[in-house]
Design a protein around this ligand. Structure first.
Ligand SMILES: [Zn+2]
Length: 381
């Protein structure tokens, strides 16, 4: 197979941006990063025209896009449609996310993702099951009628292989440490979310395999003087990851800046928590409730936030603008950090030889010009 050479790019490598580098891609992987003069003469050249090439974005929490909601129709076609909608915004890896629903729906979601991965849907890396094993006191937009306690058969279901990663968001105080340990031992990436746990409870959960925190600050016990809560326990821990929704609505930027001062950048990952409105109409229905999108904010009739209208490229731009980060730091939160959370950092999240050629080309205003997944462009250049 002929190698592709992406030439004349400003390429984000581990040591920072390098001008005028060429990326050689072979069999879906990055074969080498070379000087332009060293591009083999038989390589098929793609001129990046001085634009910025960064690792593809990985979204570990995405409920929908392109007018499709995963809960409405958990099928491989929906997975593909959500992936296609978000790819326009730089997402080259994603976990379709099911919010609290009954066991049949959870099983269907897992099976849909298994089939999607098996059939090669571009960018499908696994599934995220958010609920229903949550604390109703922190339900957010989740349907309280769906929230329930976890059973042995649920644990068995969640542990079924999907051919990729399975993330489960649960409330540690409602499921208990034993379940967290069991799921973790079965390879499930367990995150705390929609939880009122104490910091002690979270510390115990972390010792039993808890891997991360779902939309840090939202729908969880807060950091206060005498109760550090989930937020305090999350920020003091050194090994887990925290998803953050940087849309300017879910968390005040000042609060996120404080979090970034409290814990190293590598622990944070940008997530969209996106709804069907991303790449789609600005109204949709969730659990039978009409949701409207105004000023980038999805809310129901009482004003409760119902996921987001955020895409990954906007999240990266917001991280630069609202959190005063430089572009490499913002990109790391969208690529290498979620790759590490997923245990895929040996092949995703960096531009380096041997890595999968999942890439995003950005213009000067950090808008997406093109994406590659396993070396295959979307065709928009
Ligand atoms: Zn949530």
């Amino acid at each position: 197979m002929t190698a592709q050479a992406l030439i004349n790019g400003r390429v984000l490598l581990d040591r920072g941006f390098e001008e005028d580098r060429a990326l050689l891609i072979e069999n879906g992987r990055i074969a080498a990063v070379v000087a332009k003069a060293d591009v083999p003469s038989n390589a098929e050249r793609v001129n990046l025209a001085g634009r910025t090439l960064v690792p593809g974005f990985i979204d570990t929490q995405v409920n929908g896009g392109g007018n499709r909601l995963f809960n409405d129709d958990p099928s491989p076609e929906t997975v593909a449609a959500i992936g296609a909608a978000h790819r326009k915004f730089g997402t080259t890896g994603f976990l379709p996310t099911l919010i609290s629903d009954d066991a049949g729906k959870v099983a269907a979601a897992m099976e849909a993702v298994r089939q999607a991965i098996e059939s090669g849907v571009a960018g499908a890396l696994g599934v995220h099951i958010e609920g229903p094993f949550l604390n109703a006191a922190r339900k957010g937009i989740h349907d309280p009628a769906k929230i329930r306690s976890i059973s042995d058969s649920d644990v068995e279901l969640l542990s079924r292989p999907v051919g990729g990663r399975t993330v489960v968001t649960l409330a540690p105080e409602t499921v208990g440490l034993e379940v967290i340990r069991e799921l973790s031992e079965d390879g499930v990436l367990v995150c705390a979310g929609h939880t009122n746990a104490s910091a002690e409870c979270i510390a115990g959960a972390l010792r039993n395999g808890l891997r991360g925190f779902t939309h840090l600050f939202n729908a969880m016990s807060q950091l206060t003087a005498r109760e550090p809560g989930v937020v305090g326990a999350a920020l003091i821990d050194d090994r887990s990851w925290c998803g953050i929704i940087v849309d300017g609505h879910h968390v005040d930027p000042l609060v996120l800046k404080l979090a970034l001062r409290a814990a190293p950048l590598r622990r944070f990952m940008l997530v969209t928590d996106a709804m069907p409105s991303v790449g789609g109409r600005k109204s949709f229905v969730l659990n039978g409730q009409p949701i409207i999108v105004t000023g980038g904010k999805c809310t129901n009739a009482d004003g409760t936030l119902a996921g987001s209208d955020l895409d990954m490229a906007s999240a990266v731009r917001n991280a630069v603008k609202l959190l005063d980060l430089d572009l490499p730091a913002a990109v790391a939160m969208a690529s290498s950090n979620p790759a590490a959370f997923l245990g895929l950092d040996h092949e995703l999240g960096r531009i380096a030889p041997g890595y999968r050629a999942n890439l995003v080309l950005l213009d000067d205003t950090v808008e997406v010009a093109e994406t590659w997944i396993e070396g295959v462009p979307s065709g928009s250049l």
